[in-house]
Ligand binder design. Structure first.
Ligand SMILES: [Fe+2]
Length: 248
């Protein structure tokens, strides 16, 4: 049983390794073993709340956002709005912020990051009306970013991530099909109650809301506390100079 690299392309699930093994199995020369080994994979971290919890939390979030941002029913086509970027300071969102912190800590621990503390540096709601989209971008000066989906009516449940390897643009052949070996922009299906955490440097975009109703999501950024003091110092330790010695 191999460790499979499952990818969701719409409704199709398949494994990159399985593909490679099948290709070799029907070839002329039989190797004892042939696998496609991913190197330096880029991970996003997908969490799904339990259904009942998601419904309760999302209902509360919608109520709080409509009180804070007003009714969005008059939003023109293609329009989107963002709340202030300090939702993590409001008690109405304390439970969600607790979930964001919990999941972020688990990601950092899984990555085996050595740190003293981290904090949410910004948290905001995105309300995207019919026709709204968000261009490719990153979240500079943060380590992790996340997005939680509060409301995803039909036509709104996706986020796209771009292959961070710019070198791929040097040669651009045509492909017989899109798969794990050649895809450039990966669309990930999401639904209400889904939380995705990803590296802040990873380019992402939001496809057009092709439905009639609003997509509501809450985004946040995570950065190490006291970064300059606890993370950025040199990772090597040289021989300390003796008092009075020359450094030339
Ligand atoms: Fe973003």
């Amino acid at each position: 049983m191999h460790e499979l690299l499952n990818v969701n392309f719409g409704k199709r699930f398949f494994s990159a390794r399985f593909f490679y093994e099948v290709i070799f199995a029907i070839g002329k020369y039989m190797f004892e073993k042939a696998i496609a080994q991913p190197l330096f994979p880029t991970h996003i971290w997908i969490h799904c709340l339990k259904d009942q919890e998601a419904k309760r939390i999302n209902k509360s979030a919608v109520g709080s956002l409509s009180r804070m941002m007003g009714c969005a029913s008059a939003e023109p086509r293609g329009g989107s709005r963002q709340s202030s970027q300090n939702l993590h300071c409001f008690p109405e969102f304390a439970e969600l912020v607790g979930i964001f912190n919990h999941a972020s800590r688990a990601v950092l621990d899984t990555m085996r990051v050595k740190y003293e503390a981290f904090e949410i540096t910004g948290c905001w709601a995105n309300i995207a009306g019919s026709g709204a989209s968000h261009a490719m971008h990153t979240h500079a000066n943060n380590f992790l970013s996340g997005v939680y989906y509060v409301q995803t009516p039909p036509g709104t449940g996706a986020i796209c991530f771009q292959d961070p390897r710019d070198q791929r643009d040097i040669i651009q052949p045509r492909f017989e099909e899109t798969n794990q070996f050649n895809i450039v922009v990966q669309q990930v299906a999401v639904e209400a109650g889904t939380l995705i955490i990803f590296p802040s440097w990873l380019k992402h975009s939001v496809p057009t809301n092709t439905g009639q109703d609003e997509r509501i999501s809450i985004s946040f950024n995570v950065m190490f506390s006291d970064y300059a003091k606890t993370i950025s110092p040199p990772r090597w330790s040289g021989i300390p100079l003796q008092s009075g010695s020359s450094s030339t």
